[in-house]
Write a new protein. Structure first.
Length: 276
């Protein structure tokens, strides 16, 4: 869609992405806009003017290179995450030469199973899945009624009503061997899922066994120099967030260097982290 035919919301999102690209790359010029957005020379120039005009005095044109740059890069307000930037720009010729994504996910999720789970959640219908877990490692059938697919770190889960347990549970997509639709409608809705609708705070701090200099380094790396960070999450997702961050819930046994963070309020969250 050309810039002339954009809806206001589309233009707002485009400017947000362009501002993010400029922040992550340090500059943004006509050639780069054409490469990333698939537009022509004149339209790219117009898009750059709109970006400059939308950011008041935050951007300026670097005369020699004829690209936009931030007047004060540290102060440029950006809400485009690094992952969002990479999804848009990592396959460009410039980035292919210098950026390597070495995140490894060995979990195999068949597309047809993901599609069935997604559609089931949209329709409010059920599926019979063939599933295994650490507690029951032999695959067996069970009926579930999904309401949300969630990615936490490298893993995908589906939050669903479990007919066997008669409660909402999390199911690891990598452990679903097969799935087929069932005619039944969901007996409980997302609004009935108490642990999904309840939020809790996780208080992350540097691990107590790190040296003072190491703790200072961790504060700068994770907490922007502050003493810690409080993260609000859905109660049923808390344990997965903690696992992904490799934060200690028992810092007397879970020690550095494997664990560099700890959950300062882990004792207050025992039900959400250790039960079930």
């Amino acid at each position: 869609m050309s810039a002339d035919k954009e809806l206001p919301s589309q233009k707002t999102d485009r400017l947000r992405l362009m501002r993010g690209i400029l922040a992550w790359e340090g500059s943004l010029g006509n050639t780069r806009v054409r490469e990333l957005f698939g537009v022509g020379l004149i339209q790219a120039s117009r898009m750059l003017r709109e970006l400059r005009d939308s950011t008041a005095d935050a951007l300026k044109t670097a005369t020699r290179a004829r690209v936009l740059v931030a007047c004060r890069p540290k102060d440029l307000k950006v809400d485009v995450t690094l992952d969002e930037y990479l999804a848009l720009a990592k396959d460009s010729e410039a980035n292919k030469a210098v950026l390597v994504d070495y995140r490894i996910d060995m979990t195999r999720i068949p597309p047809h199973i993901f599609a069935m789970l997604r559609q089931s959640a949209l329709d409010g219908t059920g599926l019979q899945i063939v599933y295994a877990s650490m507690a029951n490692p032999i695959h067996s059938p069970r009926n579930i009624f999904p309401h949300t697919l969630i990615q936490v770190g490298r893993r995908w889960h589906v939050r669903a009503w479990c007919e066997k347990r008669e409660e909402f549970r999390d199911f690891n997509l990598g452990r679903i061997r097969d799935a087929k639709p069932i005619a039944s409608k969901a007996p409980s809705a997302k609004t009935d899922d108490a642990e999904w609708n309840r939020t809790i705070q996780l208080h992350f701090v540097p691990h107590r066994e790190l040296t003072p200099d190491q703790q200072l380094m961790i504060r700068e790396e994770f907490f922007r120099g502050t003493s810690g960070h409080r993260l609000t999450v859905r109660a049923c997702m808390a344990k997965y967030v903690i696992q992904d961050l490799r934060a200690a819930t028992d810092p007397t046994k879970q020690l550095p260097p494997e664990f560099q963070l700890e959950v300062a309020n882990a004792k207050d969250l025992h039900h959400h982290l250790f039960e079930r």
